[in-house]
Design a protein around this ligand. Structure first.
Ligand SMILES: C[S@@+](CC[C@H](N)C(=O)[O-])C[C@H]1O[C@@H](n2cnc3c(N)ncnc32)[C@H](O)[C@@H]1O
Length: 227
């Protein structure tokens, strides 16, 4: 686990971060845009949005550009990724408070919405359950929580198939095939990937309702759920 998370504190890796998700996550820009719409359909123009795993600032920038009245609390354990978020945001950074840490380091809110994009697959099962509970506790009743991360069936042969499809997608997006295979092997050994049913159960058990799948991009899935 530490190996893959160390990448987020390596300045050279972080310097290249912004190129990564659009290349390696199928439909990444569309997923961000859908997340923006799912928040917008429930909140006022002066919404306060909690962004967990905000490092890099890519979704903060997309949300801030789309809705000039929204303000943000961004939380991430990686100082380097938070520095990149500041750079990514540029002048929009005045609308985002950034906190180094985990969900417990977020203010109590209550927030009008929350997101956690491409992050929960780094978090072990029990901590993921606790994180979902702690996010919900910080939301106003009915507030949307948008998540997206690796999630696919884990049955006999299925995990290997989805990992190989992910490697094939990376290679088709221009990553050298051996690097794509290595990336997929690292994901296999270091990430906590659950089945879609387990992902939905975590949200429901944390007290969220109307858990709905809004995005499925090869090995990734995204849900919106309501506090
Ligand atoms: C792949 S990046 C995704 C960043 C951003 N959400 C995006 O979509 O580009 C994952 C981020 O999650 C952060 N992270 C890892 N574990 C976390 C946790 N338990 N709580 C919050 N953030 C975490 C990492 O430091 C890293 O910045």
């Amino acid at each position: 686990m530490s190996g893959i998370m160390d990448r987020f504190s390596d300045p050279e890796v972080v310097a290249q971060y912004a190129e990564g998700p659009p290349r390696s996550v199928p439909g990444y820009n569309g997923m961000q845009r859908m997340a923006t719409l799912l928040i917008a359909e429930r909140v006022q123009e002066d919404a306060r949005v909690l962004v967990l795993g905000a490092g890099g600032g890519l979704e903060l920038k997309a949300f801030a550009q789309a809705h000039p009245g929204w303000t943000f609390d961004g939380v991430d354990p990686s100082a380097e990724m938070l520095k990149l978020a500041e750079r990514t945001l540029g002048p929009l950074a005045s609308r985002a408070r950034l906190f180094q840490g985990y969900i417990d380091d977020a203010l109590e809110g209550p927030f009008d919405a929350a997101t956690c994009l491409l992050t929960l697959h780094f978090v072990a099962l029990d901590e993921r359950r606790r994180t979902a509970v702690e996010v919900r506790r910080r939301l106003k009743p009915g507030a949307p929580f948008v998540v997206a991360h690796f999630s696919f069936p884990q049955g006999e042969g299925e995990r290997a198939l989805w990992l190989s499809r992910h490697a094939a997608f990376l290679a088709a997006s221009g990553v050298e095939p051996d690097k794509a295979a290595n990336a997929s092997a690292t994901i296999d050994s270091h990430l906590n990937i659950l089945t879609p049913d387990q992902d939905e159960a975590i949200l429901r058990e944390a007290g969220f309702s109307n858990v709905s799948l809004f995005y499925a991009g090869f090995a990734f899935r995204g849900w919106v759920a309501y506090a």
